[in-house]
Design a protein around this ligand. Structure first.
Ligand code: AMP
Ligand code: MG
Length: 326
């Protein structure tokens, strides 16, 4: 089993590969990272040279021809926006920029209600025009912007896995922060065990990602986790986190603190975890079950809501968390 971590897409990426040959494993790992790097270059909202920035700059002016990768992720984003009734909306970018969620909480600020209202007017995924035949994308109005931060990591995990699989590797796990996809059997002849991060670790720790509250077995599928603890700041005793409710432009006032979604593809788990966080426990479970995919939803009382299929598959490893029947 060979494993390597690199910083890409503004986060830690780890690729684990099972192979009998060190050279073949290293080659597969390099190819996996190359795939993630390629997507980072195409999709980075903050880079002046990315295709997404070109689309954003041309909003309301002209259509922009994009690569097949950018076209594909935009089409998949639209499907999820539609399926979630707009709870996932990649055109929230202008509102997200207002909030200035950064690694430095002191740099963050609560924007004025007028500013939120004005920029929220620009957000509507229905005003993205995609022409698959010419591979062109156009946003409906100047000032509109797309940010794929809620879907790109899962999509990149899919592409890295496909690249590794194409090299004949029998088992691998690609983790881009909380977006993870695996396939095949590891050295113990099983699928991959993955932990879900504890959204409220008791003790202060400098490695919060090592604190987990539950584990489950991942077969040939992906898991993504979204939560209010990943990027946030406190102001006047209130937690402002980075998942916005497209209806209000404010951090989703959800009854949930963490959502994990399990499905065959990372592009689906990543975007759906973000959307279900916005929708809350009841609507979230109903939507996931209607779509035939799975979820682990943790509410503010640390009650864990599961889709039907997951019962018996998830093991709680931390006190205070309880699977609820409701
Ligand atoms: P994730 O960590 O996958 O839940 O994605 C969160 C990121 O997605 C945020 O940092 C924003 O860039 C973006 N985002 C926030 N709220 C939404 C939303 N309702 N729909 C789509 N993207 C969002
Ligand atoms: Mg997501």
């Amino acid at each position: 089993m060979y494993k390597e971590s690199r910083v890409l897409m503004d986060t830690y990426c780890t690729i684990t590969v099972v192979s009998t040959s060190r050279d073949r494993a290293q080659h597969a790992i390099d190819e996996g990272f190359a795939e993630i790097k390629k997507l980072e270059v195409l999709l980075n909202y903050f880079s002046p040279d990315s295709e997404i920035t070109a689309v954003n700059k041309a909003a309301g002016i002209k259509a922009v021809r994009v690569s097949k990768e950018t076209l594909e992720i935009m089409e998949r984003s639209m499907e999820i926006s539609q399926a979630t009734g707009g709870a996932f909306d990649p055109t929230l970018a202008p509102v997200i920029s207002l909030w200035k969620f950064s690694r430095d909480p002191s740099a963050s600020a609560v924007p004025s209600p007028e500013a939120v209202r004005k920029t929220l007017r620009l957000a509507d995924f229905r005003r993205i025009a995609i022409d698959g035949s010419t591979s062109e994308i156009m946003l409906g109005e100047q000032g509109m912007e797309v940010d794929l931060g809620g879907i790109a990591k899962g999509f990149a995990a899919d592409k890295a896995v496909e690249a590794i699989q194409a090299l004949g590797i029998k088992a691998a796990l690609v983790a881009i922060a909380g977006d993870i996809r695996g396939y095949g059997r590891n050295l113990s002849g099983e699928g991959w065990n993955v932990g879900i991060q504890d959204p409220r670790p008791e003790a202060e720790t400098d490695k919060p990602w090592e604190e987990i509250f539950a584990v489950l077995h991942l077969n040939d599928e992906a898991i993504s986790t979204s939560g209010d603890y990943q990027r946030f700041f406190f102001k006047d005793g209130r937690r402002y986190h980075h998942i916005l409710d497209p209806e209000s432009g404010y951090p989703a006032d959800s009854d949930l603190i963490s959502v994990s979604v399990i499905a065959p593809e990372g592009v689906v788990t990543d975007s759906m975890a973000t959307a279900v966080f916005v929708l809350g426990a009841d609507r979230g479970i109903r939507l996931l079950e209607a779509m035939g995919i799975d979820g682990v939803l943790v509410d503010r009382d640390r009650k864990v809501h599961l889709t039907g299929n997951l019962r018996g598959r998830l093991t709680i490893v931390r006190e205070g968390y309880k699977i609820t029947d409701k």
